[in-house]
Design a protein around this ligand. Structure first.
Ligand code: ZN
Ligand code: ZN
Length: 276
């Protein structure tokens, strides 16, 4: 009798690999172990909810979606994200507990974050976060809401991405959720894709311009790379910001946003050093 193993549920299919890679990274580079373990704990919290998600139903037709992009409008509106608020509340609590356990936040901040999670106004606070207009000032609130919204946002983004091409978007913010890019990818042809910090969607962008201020004067943009050439960073003088990239011409695997963000922490340190 043959046993056929069932495939993992779609929402969580990429996560075990991320955890595996993060564990390997922590062993290879012990200095990164605290950041890698924190990231693993956050991923595990999200993964439990991700496994329960169903495919969201998006009302809009392909023509409507393409029309929105052509008009420079993002694809997703807050009310279309299929939040399960009980699970979101659970995630706010668990993510806060992870941050507290890793001593990223103090007890008072953890208490304040817990009370946001319990509050009847949580959906309004989440909406403020999504619209990039934070409703309140609590340390790490954006991060906690980001991790708590992630399963829903990512799943919806995946569905939208299958329906419409993002190739012609070319703007500095995410075509799905309008957040800023957090990372980038240099493709095998030398083009660049930006990676959304919230929903992980990717879209093509001018390879020489700064994705934060639009500056494309090469003389004011500095570039550095890791010795193996796998990661690069572009630093923009006018706005003082920088974006890291995985160079797929040198990398041995595709982008893994959760992993690459941690693996490139030494590059952040190098940027800080160079700006001193
Ligand atoms: Zn996004
Ligand atoms: Zn800039």
């Amino acid at each position: 009798m043959a046993f056929v193993s069932s495939p993992p549920s779609s929402g969580s299919r990429l996560l075990p690999r991320d955890v595996f890679e993060l564990k390997a990274l922590a062993e290879r580079q012990p200095a990164l172990a605290p950041a890698a373990t924190l990231q693993i704990d956050l991923i595990e919290a999200v993964r439990r909810v991700q496994g329960r998600l169903t495919t969201p139903w998006i009302e809009a037709s392909v023509e409507t979606l393409a029309g929105r992009l052509a008009n420079g409008q993002r694809l997703l509106e807050f009310q279309q994200i299929p939040f399960d608020w009980n699970d979101v509340r659970l995630l706010v609590r668990q993510v806060t507990d992870v941050l507290r356990r890793h001593e990223v936040i103090d007890a008072a901040t953890a208490a304040a974050l817990h009370s946001v999670g319990r509050s009847p106004t949580l959906p309004d606070v989440m909406r403020g976060w999504f619209e990039l207009q934070p409703a309140m000032e609590i340390e790490m609130l954006g991060e906690v809401l980001g991790w708590s919204a992630r399963p829903y946002l990512q799943r919806t983004a995946e569905v939208l991405q299958q329906r419409v091409s993002l190739e012609k978007w070319g703007r500095r913010v995410c075509p799905v959720c309008s957040a800023e890019p957090e990372f980038s990818v240099v493709t095998t042809s030398g083009d660049r894709q930006l990676v959304c910090g919230r929903c992980h969607v990717r879209w093509p962008f001018n390879p020489i311009a700064c994705p934060y201020c639009g500056n494309d004067d090469r003389t004011t943009i500095k570039s550095m790379a890791t010795p193996d050439g796998m990661y690069r960073v572009m630093i923009c003088s006018p706005c003082g910001r920088y974006i890291k990239a995985l160079d797929t011409r040198k990398a041995t695997r595709p982008l893994m946003p959760y992993v690459d963000l941690i693996a490139t922490l030494p590059l952040d340190a190098a940027v800080m050093q160079s700006q001193r």
